[in-house]
Write a protein that binds this ligand. Sequence first.
Ligand SMILES: Nc1ncnc2c1ncn2[C@@H]1O[C@H](COP(=O)(O)OP(=O)(O)OP(=O)(O)O)[C@@H](O)[C@H]1O
Ligand SMILES: [Mg+2]
Length: 307
Amino acid sequence: MRFPRTQMIALVNQKGGCGKTTSSVAIASAFAHLGYSVCLADTDPQCNATESFGVRAESVVEGGRYTLADAYLKKRAATDIEFGFDDRFGGRLTILPGNRGLSSVPLKLESELQIAIADGEKTTLDADEMRSEQRLRLKRSLDTLRGKKDVVIIDTPPSLDFLMVSTLVAADWFIIPVFPSGYDLKGLELLMRTVTKVRERYNPELRLAGVLLGNFDKTAILDRDIHQMLKNRFGEEVVFNTTIGRSVRMRDATVRGVTIFELPEAQTQAQQFLTLIHEMINRGSKRKDQTLNPLPGEEIFGRVANG
Ligand SMILES: Nc1ncnc2c1ncn2[C@@H]1O[C@H](COP(=O)(O)OP(=O)(O)OP(=O)(O)O)[C@@H](O)[C@H]1O
Ligand SMILES: [Mg+2]
């Protein structure tokens, strides 16, 4: 390990199609490219992050392997679920594959709880405790990677439901990816309120690592205005200076089942993510006690929540 401790970073935004998966995969491969040990967790039933590596989600299940759904349903440790690629990323990158069945996990856990009550094993008063335990299952699973990986990146589905909340419970950091076209402040307010609740109830250490503007066209005035607007809203220090340019190479890579680090014609895009990693790490090195920059927590939450 190169970091003194494992850094778990979730990519969250309940808005669909704002670069969560693209950034998760690229950030994970960028860290691996730089020599860090990395695990990418795919909590999204769409399994886009898993498939970005050319892994068919169904083939994981057919092959008898565990998926991230088993972290929730069978309380499987991430160390039992992860698998890597012998010949890619210098063996430094593993994934916790997604599963289409992740969409029914909340329902299954709720029925587990109702059955326990109906059988008289638990009282309705125990229900809250049980729900809390269910929200902690992903954390318990991912915690088995602590001390083993430098970085764990978590891709999340476009919703604020159980899967996203349990990710925020597990993470040390979250990054909010935003596209200039879909800039939706109301959505971000709701996200921040959810984060505040998670911090109060489960994870006081959860911090915002930064807001990442992707699909960015630096020649478009609107895009530049939005970058500035985000900085005004969140603070200069919170929005990453590094932006990710708009390019068809991003989709090219996904379609071919490789990352931009494995696609020679996507080197400009890969370089942007390396710059992003340097920005994250250099922010951190200014503080002795942290590896990545802890961004100003409370006042940011207040500023966004108050609109
Ligand atoms: N920098 C970029 N330039 C051009 N297209 C991009 C860029 N980043 C992402 N895209 C494309 O935008 C679409 C949405 O991106 P992505 O899948 O990463 O978003 P998401 O937030 O994970 O979506 P969902 O909420 O459905 O999980 C994809 O087709 C992706 O290829
Ligand atoms: Mg996605």
